[in-house]
Design a protein around this ligand. Structure first.
Ligand code: ZN
Length: 321
């Protein structure tokens, strides 16, 4: 069994709302000044990380998932696809207001295996920066009417965010990330998005981006189940030199914030663990072999690792299925 952390090179995506912060904040080698997304744990056909480990060079995470399922205890999973996708987003402008379908709708209407439930850990937010999360319609008729009449200010529920905030965004939730926010997003591995409102923006040729209003109306939860998106699920556990804050333990993923100050020893009880270093530097030691990690790095602790030790001062966002 392979028992080393699997280090991943981000895949960058140009977006009209993107910027340069992925370079400024994480020193990533971004391709242009409109870089909106870094896919940091990704195994999709249109974006999969190169594996950095010497003994695995030339392979992508998707290759490992397909050819070395034992690294992920794949046999225990019910689908053929890598289940999760982790991104860092730099919103240099407002993202469009959108909603995602659930698995059943995605399979029936889009012929893809997953809908999308996602969650956001806010890394950076300019003062006053806002997200859209949910809506104010009480009935389906009201929702349809407000969309048809473009009453966006009445319909959309906005709120201010700060670094360290966490939001759970189940499928069916209308949402948007606002200008000036950088987030780490953990989500079901899916790309199905229905755009509801794009601020009437046009490109250089004067064209608006396509909206998907009928499907958006179909899949939006009415009224909103706001209890699901709040922070009430957060809970802190203290271990030796490691503070573990549960952000969510939900249907598709569990996500934690770890704060390390010193040396900590842990057992791997999950099938595999996705780890993002969001602050500081540390070492991870597995079977007497030590690896340095620092802010901006992302890796997977594979199935088969029994215990691992962390040392240093760092913050992590950790997720698993
Ligand atoms: Zn989304």
């Amino acid at each position: 069994m392979y028992k080393e952390p699997i280090f991943l090179t981000p895949v960058f995506k140009e977006r009209i709302w993107g910027g340069r912060k992925l370079k400024e904040e994480f020193d990533y080698d971004i391709p242009n000044d409109n870089t909106g997304e870094a896919w940091v744990v990704a195994a999709l056909s249109n974006g999969s990380n190169k594996v950095e480990n010497e003994s695995l060079t030339g392979q992508t995470l998707l290759d490992l998932w397909n050819d070395h399922g034992e690294l992920f205890n794949k046999d225990a999973h019910s689908t053929d696809e890598y289940p999760l996708l982790v991104k860092v987003l730099d919103a240099n402008d407002d993202l469009s207001v959108q909603v995602h379908p659930d698995d059943a709708y995605a399979r029936k209407v889009e012929d893809v295996p997953y809908g999308k439930t996602e969650c956001w850990y806010v890394l950076e937010a300019e003062p006053g920066a806002e997200i859209v999360l949910g809506h104010h319609a009480q009935t389906k008729d009201e929702l349809d009417a407000m969309i048809d009449q473009e009453k966006w200010d009445e319909l959309l529920r906005r709120q201010k965010v700060s670094p360290g905030d966490f939001y759970y965004v189940p499928s069916g939730t209308i949402h948007a990330i606002g200008k000036g926010i950088m987030i780490l997003e953990i989500q079901q591995s899916s790309d199905v998005t229905y755009r509801v409102y794009d601020y009437d923006r046009t490109d250089q040729e004067g064209n608006k981006r396509e909206l998907h209003l009928e499907r958006a109306k179909d899949v939006t939860t009415v009224p909103d189940d706001l209890a699901r998106t709040t922070k009430e699920d957060r809970e802190i556990a203290e271990e030796t030199n490691l503070t573990i804050e549960r952000l969510t333990e939900a249907e598709y993923f569990s996500v934690y914030h770890w704060s390390l100050d010193g040396e900590a020893r842990r057992e791997l009880t999950e099938d595999f663990l996705q780890v993002s270093v969001i602050e500081g530097e540390a070492a991870i030691r597995i079977n007497e072999k030590s690896f340095q990690v620092q802010k901006g790095q992302h890796f997977i602790i594979p199935h088969g690792v029994e215990t691992y030790e962390l040392s240093g001062r760092a913050e992590f966002v950790v997720s698993h299925v």
